[in-house]
Ligand binder design. Structure first.
Ligand code: ADP
Ligand code: ZN
Ligand code: ZN
Length: 735
């Protein structure tokens, strides 16, 4: 009988490929979910087995044998393989590339999927107590015991192999005497200790009720939205739930939007569940990521802490998925396979029949909408945990006020008072660099990037001009490039400029700046955060990096320098993001016993959404913002897909999308709006021209049918060869 391997090859085409069994593997029983090495074009590729079949549409003479089957057992479960196939259809992205995303890069390249184990020597209790003078006649045994006392993690056999003498008989005699034990452990995980038991915090009523609701759902699908104000003890809820999952002998995945948040939570988790924590993010080496993935896959690790793409990590015994800061746009992948880790987490939980918990102080409007429609069960932590009180908001009307580098007299006075009390101040401005514009006062010339439709940003620290959209940079010029006048002005405000002003105005104050530039050096973010915690910083200044999860208990004044830009942005999500940022940055202040004040400088103190946010809180704001979306028929009340195209020439992407539009108009389409093609908000980026075509529809299903039909016909467009194109389903960013 014919045995055909149907595999997904990671190439950008939406189809599968058929192969014969490898030549030397007649009776091999390959199961879906194993990796298969196949000849592809002039190369070999690592592909993924989707199914075996006894029929094929390929003429038999055209079938090639696979080169090798790489895994004895499937690395992905049936449910996960089904999930990935479904995602490939939902996001209209090639199945091979979708499956690739689920694997760590070492395995994608065909690396070994068996955890490397090694023998390790550890002292037994008797060994710990053995007196040194017992070994006067056996100096080597004495040496090894002394060595092991110093190495609480144990010594690997590989390390012993570097000794110049024959260590085997020494180990054998110690082992016979019961002084050491020999264990097999996964490499790099040697001797992790069992959890030291922490004195547990007494949960408050709201936390207990949240834990109870989720716990009651174990073993079945259910989605929860945990809305807890900053400092309300969400992390404590996660920790208890993970503990319960472990007690059930199951595994949990906990996702965070950013690496910088990982360390705090990792430390907290290791305190409680040391043995079984694995971590997965881009700050680790390929080997470390691969090991974390495999430890979860084989069930050796019980908790995985990770960023976006960790959402796909296989679980031997799935128990729970938690996604913290669920509103964060970093959960959406912005290139290649453009999935939303939040949405994938929910769908995966559904297919694995486990609960999923989304948490945030400022849930996304989509999630509010889902909670309102009872797709997600809402859970609330309305109060700050312990004794901490909520911050007080104050709008500072800065119209007609003199500003010193963006700082009003009111804010400066409050800063001075706070410093005088020996407390900390946090200043927030979401723009890095010194000034966003360099302009010639003689002729009006503005320094622009040669490759993007963007101004170059002045960086005063190293006297450079930089483009924030491509990697272009140059020395800060002294003369105008057009008229040569030495009359260049730096317009606008960045964190560097505020830093300069603050050090001039408060020469005594110790200052730390946190933005992408100041934290480029490894460890510098930790350093700034550490100094803030230690109290050796008086004023902390920075961008949205400061809004994320960190706790600054001694900060009692938060100054938000500029909210006006967001109030009048063209992006329909700008209000939502502004509100989230304000609430998140405000949440950094006045934890513990000191109350915090949050000051917002604005020229629009009567803006209705801003007032609503500050007077009634985020939930009321969200309700009003959702009502606006409904009126405008924008997501989540409608569904969108964005077709993007780019090329080195302006005409090609435009023409391609025009032809696409014509194609769409020839297809049966029900109530689908086609908007564009229009240039992307920044049309030229790094020397390439970007265009886009937006499809919008009130029925998700209609949109998907249309996209499927459209993409099936794409190959008939000859213009397609001149552009790079992509489909973004549920886009969160129109760039
Ligand atoms: P969130 O993640 O909601 O911002 P955390 O879980 O980090 O909040 O908790 C904020 C602070 O409150 C932490 O210092 C935490 O130890 C403390 N905390 C949490 N739950 C309680 C509780 N039930 N009683 C007292 N303190 C608590
Ligand atoms: Zn000039
Ligand atoms: Zn540029």
């Amino acid at each position: 009988m014919l045995r055909i391997l149907r595999v997904a090859v990671p190439v950008p085409v939406q189809r599968t490929f058929d192969y014969l069994l490898p030549d030397n593997a007649e009776d091999l029983t390959a199961e879906p979910g194993v990796r298969v090495k196949v000849p592809f074009g002039r190369h070999h590729k690592v592909a993924y087995l989707l199914e075996t079949s006894d029929t094929t549409d390929v003429p038999l003479t055209g079938l090639k044998p696979a080169t090798a089957i790489l895994d004895a057992r499937p690395l992905l479960s049936k449910a996960d393989l089904e999930l990935l196939r479904w995602l490939s259809r939902y996001y209209h992205h090639p199945i091979g590339e979708v499956i690739n995303t689920a694997f760590p890069s070492l395995l994608r390249r065909g690396g070994c999927a068996v955890l490397q184990r090694e023998k390790t020597l550890l002292l037994t209790d008797t060994g710990h107590l053995a007196a040194a003078d017992q070994f006067q006649r056996a100096p080597r045994q004495a040496w090894l015991l002394a060595m092991l006392r110093r190495q609480s993690q144990g010594l690997s056999v590989a390390a012993l192999a570097t000794l110049e003498w024959n260590w085997r008989p020494v180990v054998t005699s110690l082992h016979k005497k019961g002084l050491i034990r020999i264990v097999e452990q996964a490499m790099g995980q040697v001797g992790e200790k069992a959890a030291p038991h922490q004195p547990e915090i007494q949960l408050n009523a709201a936390q207990m009720s949240a834990v109870a609701s989720v716990s009651a759902a174990f073993g079945a699908y259910r989605a929860f939205l945990l809305e807890g104000v900053t400092g309300s003890g969400k992390t404590e809820v996660y920790t208890r739930l993970v503990q319960t999952v472990l007690d059930r002998g199951e595994q949990a995945i906990v996702l965070l939007p950013e690496i910088s948040l990982m360390r705090q939570l990792e430390a907290r988790f290791r305190e409680r569940f040391a043995v079984s924590v694995a971590v997965f993010h881009s700050g680790l080496s390929d080997a470390e990521r691969c090991r974390a993935w495999l430890r979860m896959q084989c069930g050796e690790a019980s908790v995985l802490l990770g960023t976006r793409s960790a959402v796909f990590t296989p679980m031997r015994k799935p128990g729970l998925i938690i996604l913290d800061e669920e509103h964060d746009v970093a959960f959406k992948q912005q290139e290649g396979f453009r999935f939303s880790a939040r949405d994938v987490a929910v769908i995966r939980a559904q297919r694995l029949h486990i609960p999923v918990l989304l948490g945030s102080a400022t849930p996304s409007l989509e999630s509010y909408y889902n909670a309102a429609r009872l797709r997600y069960q809402p859970l609330f932590l309305p109060d700050r945990a312990g004794h901490a009180r909520p911050p007080v908001f104050r709008l500072l009307d800065v119209r007609n006020q003199p500003l010193d580098e963006g700082l009003s007299a009111g804010l400066l006075a409050m800063t001075a008072q706070t410093l005088a009390r020996g407390e900390q101040v946090l200043l927030f401005l979401n723009r890095r660099g010194f000034a966003p514009i360099l302009i010639c006062h003689a002729c009006g010339w503005v320094a622009q990037c040669r490759r993007c439709d963007a101004n170059l940003v002045v960086h005063a620290g190293d006297r450079r001009l930089r483009c924030h959209h491509c990697d272009y940079e140059q020395a800060l010029p002294v003369h105008c490039a057009l008229c040569q006048a030495e009359n260049l002005y730096q317009l606008g405000l960045g964190t560097e400029r505020v830093q300069q002003a603050v050090s001039r105005l408060f020469p005594e104050a110790r200052l730390a700046r946190v933005d992408r530039d100041s934290t480029r050096r490894k460890g510098s973010l930790e350093d700034a955060l550490g100094r803030t915690h230690a109290g050796t910083v008086d004023i902390l200044l920075g961008t949205q990096m400061l809004t994320k999860g960190h706790h600054f208990p001694h900060v009692t004044l938060v100054g938000i320098l500029d909210v006006d830009a967001a109030l009048y942005s063209v992006d329909y999500r700008a209000h939502e993001r502004m509100a989230q940022q304000i609430i998140q940055v405000a949440g950094r202040a006045g934890r513990e016993d000191k109350p915090g004040t949050v000051v917002l400088q604005t020229r629009h103190p009567d803006h209705p959404l801003l007032r609503l946010l500050l007077e009634k809180g985020y939930p009321s704001f969200a309700k009003a913002a959702l009502a606006e979306r409904k009126t405008a028929n924008l997501p989540p009340y409608s569904y969108q897909a964005l077709l993007r195209a780019e090329a080195g020439m302006q005409e090609a992407p435009k023409r391609f999308l025009q032809r696409t539009k014509t194609l769409i108009q020839g297809l049966p389409r029900r109530h689908i709006d086609v908007l564009g093609p229009v240039p992307a908000p920044m049309a030229r980026q790094a020397g390439r021209y970007h265009y886009q075509l937006l499809l919008q529809c009130n029925h998700r299903a209609h949109l998907h049918v249309l996209l499927g039909r459209l993409l099936a016909q794409f190959s008939t467009l000859k213009e397609i060869r001149r552009v790079r194109w992509s489909v973004d389903v549920d886009p969160v960013d129109l760039y």
